[in-house]
Write a protein that binds this ligand. Structure first.
Ligand code: ATP
Ligand code: MG
Length: 448
């Protein structure tokens, strides 16, 4: 087969080079040149060779309402905004072993069971390995046709021949475009693979779920352009050794990015955790350093336990470990506690953990972290000692509590589990007042 000429283009300045170089001669940046298929003569300079088309008024555009393809996994459908849109591309990212193949196999199984044409393309596992997984999954997972293939041209030809309604590509990093010399998974390859699959999917109305790897830092591996190319980016998070996994939409052209789904890995595949609050509140401890955060997962309130441990340190500087919350947010909370609430932890190690492996990425978690740290530092149980105390609120730099979105839904969820009254910006204007409400007066004030 004749090989198309390739070129190397700098992602920073667009410098075009015939050969790969470590440093871009255009902008001087390192490792920014990525391989691309060279354009044909038609696209180089000169008069345009295409035929002009007549623009259409939006009001006259025919846009039939095509029903979404429901995967039958309620949490996944909700995060997608109601199901898969035919002809759309969804990128599902997640760390190794988190359950990406399990989730996509289950979704395809349900769709196959509902009479949809499906196809599972795996470049990572053999057909036998995929079968072993499908055997432990519910529904019609064993009915899904599979192809174990890494060559992009073969995959595209198969898609063209089979014309599935829904297809899973597991993973985009394992497919290889023969005309590019880079190894599978390299920036140029991933971009080419995603681009050609997108074009075919849009032309044939195939809903494609692309599985993607994430880097050590947790970002989707491959070029950022991949995220722009697809219609929806889903992130599957959680720690492998923990049971709970969260599915979030980072981008969604057909729905909100506020939704999140909670799953649990079990012997029979991923199980949806519809009432996660009940689980987390039930498991919450009644010891110093533990409070319940009334968080929002998209449009749903979720009660999660935030735990803190404060212990004398031999290290300079002492350790600050944050699991499930942002480390910078913890630093801010500790500074506000020290400056405005008289809770100094300067020479102690501080560990903060959101129980169940849940990640909370909202400023409304500040107050829970502050109360948990203060409760651990003073060795005092928050609340009445019988029920955990619930709270939410953002900490301002002057020690004030700031309101956050959906206070009513958070309060209603806490009430549902008997965690009332809760500490919030409505009940306490400052972090000092919130500490008093949750932990009582500080030791010095009590003695006086
Ligand atoms: N019999 C079982 N019972 C419970 N959990 C299981 C069982 N078999 C596998 N698992 C879980 O499934 C996980 C693997 O799921 P899966 O293969 O879907 O992950 P993945 O995200 O596709 O991983 P990779 O990145 O390696 O492709 C394992 O980490 C394990 O936790
Ligand atoms: Mg996998």
């Amino acid at each position: 087969m004749a090989r198309t000429a390739t070129r190397f283009v700098c992602g920073q300045c667009g410098h075009d080079s015939a050969k790969w170089m470590g440093q871009c001669p255009g902008c001087g940046e390192w490792n920014t040149l990525a391989e691309e298929a060279a354009p044909g003569p038609a696209s180089r300079g000169g008069a345009p060779r295409g035929r002009a088309v007549r623009p259409v008024a939006l009001a006259d555009v025919a846009a039939p309402r095509i029903p979404r393809l429901r995967t039958g996994i309620g949490e996944l459908d909700r995060v997608l905004g109601g199901g898969l849109v035919p002809g759309s591309l969804v990128l599902l990212g997640g760390s190794p072993g988190i359950g990406k193949s399990t989730l996509t196999s289950m979704a395809l199984g349900n769709l196959a069971g509902a009479g949809r044409r499906t196809l599972y393309v795996s470049g990572e596992e053999s057909a036998a390995q995929i079968k072993l997984r499908a055997e432990r999954l519910p529904g019609a997972a064993l009915q899904v046709p599979v192809v174990a293939e890494t060559d992009l041209d073969t995959v595209l030809a198969t898609l063209e021949a089979e014309r599935p309604e829904v297809c899973v590509i597991d993973s985009v990093q394992t497919l290889h475009a023969a005309e590019l010399s880079g190894a599978a998974g390299s920036v140029g390859q991933v971009r080419e693979v995603a681009d050609r699959i997108t074009r075919l999917a849009k032309a044939r109305g195939i809903a494609v779920l692309l599985v993607g790897h994430v880097t050590k830092e947790g970002a989707l591996a491959g070029p950022r352009v991949l995220e722009h190319l697809v219609d929806c980016v889903l992130q599957f998070e959680g720690e492998r050794e923990r049971t709970y996994r969260t599915l979030r939409a980072l981008k969604n052209r057909f729905g909100s990015t506020n939704e999140a789904g909670v799953f649990e890995m079990a012997g029979g595949g991923l199980v949806e955790v519809a009432d996660a609050s009940a689980r987390f509140v039930g498991e919450a401890t009644r010891a110093p350093g533990s409070v319940v955060l009334a968080a929002m997962e998209g449009s749903r309130p979720l009660l999660v336990e935030v735990q803190a441990l404060v212990s004398p340190s031999e290290l300079v500087p002492p350790r600050r470990v944050a699991n499930g919350i942002d480390r910078n947010r913890l630093a801010l909370v500790l500074a506000v506690l020290g400056r405005h609430a008289g809770v100094g932890v300067g020479s102690a190690d501080v560990f903060v953990n959101v129980a169940g492996g849940v990640r909370v990425d909202e400023p409304g978690a500040d107050l829970a972290v502050a109360l948990a740290v203060a409760s651990a530092a003073r060795g005092v149980v928050a609340g009445d000692g019988e029920r955990p105390i619930a709270c939410f609120g953002e900490l301002g730099l002057s020690g004030e509590l700031r309101s956050v979105a959906h206070p009513d839904r958070r309060a209603a969820e806490a009430r549902k589990f008997g965690l009332a009254p809760l500490v919030s910006p409505d009940s306490a204007p400052t972090v000092r007042a919130a500490l008093k409400a949750a932990l009582g007066a500080p030791p010095r004030a009590r003695a006086a």
